[in-house]
Design a protein around this ligand. Structure first.
Ligand code: HSE
Length: 428
């Protein structure tokens, strides 16, 4: 049995306290699986007196996380304070420079500074691990980095934000508008302190950017993720989609094309019968499409104490076992900078707008689509009592840039009383 692996944890929120609980409750199991004991030495958190439902007796307390990161008596620094800059960044850098392995759940920081931190880890011959940063309890990073290492990845797809999936599911099952369900989710504590991180697709975009780097051997590039939030999805869209056999999901797609790397996180219509279409409430799903493995579908809880601390523990045990894998699956210096592109895969689109209820307006809209070579597959006009006629059009497959041109032309006709909302119908 080797000498104990000594841990320091910064941040004792839900996840940090969860990790401490597992270290206490599963210590024998962890020792057997790691071949050595794992010892929590030191911690740092905002409040020293808060009851976290777990004993912190015998642990050293650091009020400054940089001090914790640099302590000579720890081997692994676990960063669970969050934030895409300092002090989390400085603490991680301090730990890496002083030869400690680092585990973080901080997707925002990795999305922004992942490349330089990976280079720093490599320079200091230590591991930087982040299973908990992507989809909570789902072992997405491990599966992609290790289990699928022999595959060329064709595509990553998935629902990576449980809060958005909860909101969209609840809107559909309860027939409630977005604002009502958003307020409910906020009361339940589902939303991040800055809710737009969830609803704007940013949190999910961070996760997609991390996975893209591993899958395609590219330098992480969150700014290149085309993000669109779920605020634009109305209860009418959800109803119309359901009637046509679809569900609306905040869907992430990433794939390498001949022109560059395509990464997008946007509300899309997906077949209600597909695995993603059937994903309910706050669950996450990630689908990897490997050239030899075929489709691998992972489903599970993307947040919460148990699932997220389980992911942190997997990194701790990996380090204790002596497993050493480059941060993004290959040497940081070999990751390439890739040109971002919009998708080159045509798709059908769902368009919703309101037209002035007078002769010829629908023809104007159809003409604008036709002028851009877009053919109409379905047209639905719901009952209305006022001068505005709600219209839904489903197009045949086209490219997003062609669709955008058509939408601009539609707006110029003055036929619409509100800007059209267009959602991609993704083959999943
Ligand atoms: N807020 C995220 C979610 C979890 O709702 O899935 C943390 O990334």
């Amino acid at each position: 049995m080797g000498s104990a692996l000594k841990i320091g944890i910064a941040g004792l929120g839900t996840v940090g306290a969860g990790v401490v609980k597992i270290l206490h409750s599963h210590s024998r199991l962890i020792t057997s699986r790691s071949g050595k004991s794992v010892e929590l030495k030191a911690i740092s958190a905002r409040s020293r007196s808060k009851d976290r439902g777990v004993s912190l007796e015998g642990l050293s307390w650091e009020s400054d996380i940089i001090e914790l990161a640099g302590r000579s008596d720890i081997d692994v620094f676990v960063e669970l304070i969050g934030g895409d800059g300092n002090p989390a960044k400085e603490a991680i850098e301090t730990a890496l420079k002083s030869g400690k392995h680092v585990i973080t759940a901080n997707k925002a920081l990795l999305a922004k500074h992942g490349q330089e931190l990976a280079e720093l880890a490599e320079k200091n011959n230590v591991s930087l691990k982040f299973e908990a940063a992507v989809a909570g309890g789902i072992p997405a990073v491990k599966v992609l980095t290790e289990s699928l290492a022999g595959n060329k990845i064709n595509r990553i797809m998935g629902v990576m934000n449980g809060t958005c999936n909860y909101i969209l599911t609840r809107m559909e099952t309860s027939n409630l508008p977005y604002e009502t369900v958003f307020n409910e989710a906020q009361k339940l504590g589902y939303l991040e302190a800055d809710p737009t991180l969830d609803t704007g697709g940013i949190d999910a975009g961070h996760k997609l950017a991390i996975l893209s780097s591993i899958a395609f051997g590219t330098q992480i590039d969150f700014k290149a993720v085309v993000t669109q939030g779920i605020e634009l999805v109305s209860i009418q869209d959800i109803e119309q989609a359901r009637e046509m056999g679809y569900r609306i999901k905040l869907l992430g797609v990433s794939q390498m094309t001949d022109e560059g790397l395509e990464q997008r996180m946007q509300p899309c219509l997906v077949s209600a019968n597909s695995p993603i279409g059937q994903l309910e409430n706050a669950m996450n799903m990630i689908i990897f499409d490997g050239d030899h493995s075929g489709q691998i579908i992972l489903r599970g809880a993307g947040a919460g104490e148990g699932p997220t601390s389980s992911a942190v523990m997997s990194d701790i045990i990996d380090i204790a076992r002596g497993n050493k894998i480059p941060t993004f699956g290959q040497s940081a210096n070999s990751l390439i900078k890739m040109k971002p592109v919009l998708t080159s895969t045509p798709a059908a689109y769902y368009i919703r707008t309101k037209l002035e209820d007078s002769p010829g307006v629908l023809a104007k809209m159809a003409t604008a689509l036709g002028n851009n070579g877009i053919s109409i597959d379905q047209m639905r006009q719901t009952q209305h009592a006022d001068v505005a006629a709600p219209v839904v059009i489903v197009t045949h497959k086209t490219l997003p840039e062609t669709l955008n041109k058509a939408l601009i032309e539609i707006m110029k006709t003055d036929a619409t009383l509100e800007a059209p909302v267009a959602l991609r119908i993704e083959d999943v």
